[in-house]
Design a protein around this ligand. Structure first.
Ligand code: DCP
Length: 582
């Protein structure tokens, strides 16, 4: 490896679903890809597909304005929970949604997200896969690339044409066949193509990817050519990429740091790099200056971490100030339903339960959020806590706080589950493995009804019936409004779990047939067993038997060829000409 630093030899993918909520709704409702579609939450748009973007529709536009601009726009409302039940997401003029009586529910997006990440993990168990948000994943595929390079025994790839789904090389190509790092990136690009192909083939979602030597560059790259394309960043392209890169496109530079750098006159990474060092040190101190300069130069050693289980789960609702016992109880019941459903889904997947229940509340509009916690009601063996028990305890906590004064009128309520523990093995047959057995699909009754059944085995916990005051918001989410769908959806603590309306289907697989769900789950476990013996994703080999057809049989995802053609010429080139024979 000579003097090349170790981190420069990593190969990192950032995979980002295209117009994610729209794709989920289009798939669910059978709306063709080429139709303009937007997902609305109340009267605002929170997601817009690429056909609608071409017609000038943007996120945050009001529905009325968008319809005026594009009369053929199909608006789907996010699923809502509340008085009119779990409706939502209809095509055409949606039924009126009453924000005061209903709450947004992102469950179907969480489930789709979960299905995608499970599929990616099953296809590339040697990769380290980190879920970064509801629709983006980092994958460190270095181990797969290493294996591929070893198996080629120094023989370079000559062509990756057959995997070229909209691949673009930043800075112009071709990649250098004699350069080890370029070759490694090319292998990474093939892996990305394979994975994207499998996501399309098995789950019918298109996604874009960035392929680079670190997380920072991979993320920047995946957003550069959307939809349904992938972008490779060879080392020689990094300097010019960073020079004009708007700071808001750089992770962690969008918020306060971006503002502070704006005050110093910088809007691009290159401008920050050109600032006098002393000026940066004055503003940020030496250590922070170092990390800022590393980032704006496109350098990062941050590792990809497996984060497959959310640390907590939260259901929340903001409303006009209310002191009505009836109204507040109604919301507590709805939130408890939502949380219980997610906990049940999480139990199926991860065979674990939360130790504690937290109630978060805000008084008026100005006050900060506060919370109190208590041990979660007990679940029966091989079962999960049901909504009525959660609602009862949450109500008890909330009204005790009210008795102490200072909470009413309330403007926001949230209930969260946290401090998860793994259930004993003896109980776990009821979870994911159970569903892998033929004929063992979940039924309406399978969530465990003996709600107050005595004493499921519990790890040591705080004394029961004690309510603990947590003055600060417990989760990041606790401070967010349910109308801020993205914030909630994005946060790790809000990761997918419950099955909501998906009775009869495994959570995480909404829209996928029960047979396919079982097959995917079986694949995951079989692949894990086989991990080191038969690497399932290779750059040139098949992804797996069941998905190998993704290239031959199905061809490219729709629009890939046209989109690739539309890619900027000159500075960028398609991956199909990654290598020239020398
Ligand atoms: N989202 C939201 N509110 C926001 C931003 C996003 O509710 N302010 C939701 C809707 C998106 C999903 O999160 O579909 C993912 O957000 P992205 O920013 O990744 O945007 P998209 O996936 O919609 O589009 P793109 O293809 O540009 O990534």
């Amino acid at each position: 490896m000579g003097s090349v630093p170790e981190s420069n030899l990593r190969v990192i993918l950032h995979i980002d679903l295209d117009c994610f909520y729209c794709q989920v709704e289009q798939k669910r409702l059978g709306i063709p890809r080429e139709k303009p579609v937007a997902v609305q939450q109340w009267e605002g748009l929170i997601a817009v597909n690429y056909a609608a973007r071409a017609a000038g529709i943007t996120r945050h536009m009001r529905v009325a304005e968008a319809r005026q601009k594009c009369p053929e726009l199909i608006c789907c409302h996010v699923q809502t929970l509340g008085d009119s039940g779990q409706d939502g997401g209809t095509v055409g003029p949606p039924p009126a949604k009453d924000r005061t009586m209903q709450k947004a529910c992102l469950e179907r997006y969480r489930q789709a997200s979960q299905a995608i990440i499970l599929l990616l993990r099953s296809l590339a168990p040697q990769a380290v896969t980190e879920k970064a948000s509801i629709d983006e994943v980092y994958m460190d595929v270095t181990a797969i690339v290493d294996a591929e390079m070893r198996s080629r025994n120094g023989v370079p790839l000559q062509s990756v044409d057959s995997f070229a789904w909209g691949g673009i090389v930043l800075g112009g190509g071709p990649l250098a066949v004699h350069n080890e790092f370029d070759r490694r990136l090319a292998v990474g690009a093939c892996i990305a193509c394979r994975l994207r192909g499998a996501v399309f083939d098995k789950l019918d979602f298109t996604c874009s990817a960035g392929v680079a030597g670190n997380k920072l560059l991979a993320k920047v790259a995946s957003a550069m050519n959307k939809p349904n394309q992938q972008t490779v960043v060879p080392p020689r392209a990094v300097a010019s990429l960073m020079k004009d890169l708007p700071l808001k496109k750089l992770r962690n530079f969008g918020g306060k740091l971006g503002e502070q750098l704006g005050v110093l006159g910088c809007t691009t990474a290159g401008e920050v790099a050109a600032l006098p060092h002393a000026k940066l040190v004055d503003a940020f101190g030496a250590a922070r200056t170092h990390s800022i300069l590393e980032a704006v130069a496109g350098r990062s050693t941050e590792s990809v971490e497996v984060k497959d289980k959310p640390q907590s789960m939260l259901a929340c609702k903001s409303f006009e100030p209310t002191s009505s016992k009836e109204g507040i109880t109604r919301w507590i019941n709805i939130l408890a339903e939502e949380l219980a459903s997610r906990m049940a889904g999480d139990y199926e997947l991860h065979a674990r339960r939360p130790r504690n229940l937290v109630v978060h509340y805000r008084c008026g509009f100005k006050g900060g959020e506060r919370s109190r916690s208590a041990p979660m009601p007990r679940a029966p063996p091989k079962g999960t806590v049901l909504a009525p028990a959660i609602a009862e305890l949450a109500g008890l906590i909330f009204w005790k706080v009210v008795e102490a004064g200072g909470v009413l009128p309330t403007t926001r309520l949230a209930i969260s589950a946290r401090d998860f523990y793994d259930t004993p093995h003896s109980e776990q047959e009821d979870s994911i493995m159970h569903f892998m057995m033929p004929g063992n699909g979940r039924t309406d009754d399978s969530a465990g009804h003996a709600q107050h059944a005595p004493s499921a085995p519990r790890p040591p916990s705080k004394p029961r019936n004690t309510i603990k005051q947590d003055h600060a918001a417990v989760d990041g989410q606790a401070a967010r409004d349910d109308s801020q769908a993205h914030a909630c959806a994005d946060a790790n603590a809000e990761e997918p779990a419950g099955s909501g309306e998906g009775r009869g289907a495994l959570s995480g697989f909404e829209g996928v047939s029960v047979e396919s769900q079982r097959r995917i789950l079986r694949d995951i476990h079989l692949e894990r067993d086989r991990q080191n013996r038969h690497p399932p994703v290779t750059a040139a080999g098949s992804v797996s038997n069941s998905s190998a057809a993704s290239h031959g049989k199905r061809g490219r995802p729709p629009g890939a060829a046209a989109e690739a053609k539309a890619a900027k010429p000159g500075k960028q080139m398609r991956i199909s000409s990654l290598f020239v024979k020398k």
